[in-house]
Design a protein around this ligand. Sequence first.
Ligand code: SAH
Length: 344
Amino acid sequence: MTEISSLNLEELKQQISELGLPAFRAKQIYEWLHKKNVDSFDKMTNIDKALRQKLSQQFSISVPEIERKLVSKIDGTQKYLFRFNDGECVESVLMRYKYGNSICVSTQVGCAMGCTFCASTKAGRVRNLTAGEILGQVYRAQTDTGERISHIVLMGIGEPLDNFENVVKFLEMVSDKDGLNIGQRNISLSTCGVVPNIYKLAELDMQITLSVSLHAPFDDMRTKMMPINKKYPIAELIKACRDYVKTTGRRISFEYSLIKGVNDSPECAKALCELLKGMLCHVNLIPINTIEQSSYRKSDRKSIEDFKKIIEDHKITATVRRKLGADINAACGQLRRESKQMGL
Ligand code: SAH
């Protein structure tokens, strides 16, 4: 069966004409899928029943089912465990900000990158998500809450630049005027540093924000935390980032998770500033989330403040990320692991 949710309008028109149907049908179906976010052909009420039946025999729609949902009593953050047609699950988190609703979506089932502090990668990568499956997370959360989603971050389970084609297609479709029409400036893509694909992304010259998970300013330290650093060490990564800024004119966000006694010293802060010198960038400091499978602990408040001050003294802007959904363990990919272990 062809997955209809992953076809852009051109591709859908092509498929529809191959079925011998008039072109306006493609536009109608596209609207049902990508503007009204329906999860079945039966809901496409301006299409006659016989045709709906025919379509449902040929095509599948990949809006996931809600397997579990946790709602934070503190700030209304909602964490979903979504299940796709083949039974595989991923997590998405809906966060409510003053400027609107933001969703954090997954790009793969599991992850192959092996970062030592991250729960999502502990059992490796199962498969890539399709463009339609990434869209489906946004659509299901939006229909479930009845509230518009205006911002997206690709920071859930998976490495977006390890699923390049599907992710780029997702970015194009979600920002398309025939779809949800979410401005690319409201979308952030986070990568652990798949250098060749940072160059490829730069060439597309999109308006999205690139976030780079740096987490350490020294190669030996970073390699211990993030195996990808063996393949693409810091100097190469920073060179790619400088190229990205030059090509796109967009500011890069560097993510830096602070781990007590590991990467939170003043020397680390200074070395970080040295690396980022003169670059159009911003630093996000994140107190690490403790996960079951690792002995890393959060830095204390004073080290975090000192770290931030050093960065700001070097004229680089920095924020300490506010934690949302603390009572529902909103970060980390732990819900999927938990469900798998319980055999759900
Ligand atoms: N693979 C991509 C996107 C997914 S992870 C990437 O590596 O950027 C999203 C962010 O959460 C990354 O910055 C990642 O390093 C960070 N992260 C993962 N586990 C974490 C943890 N336990 N505590 C704090 N941040 C974590």
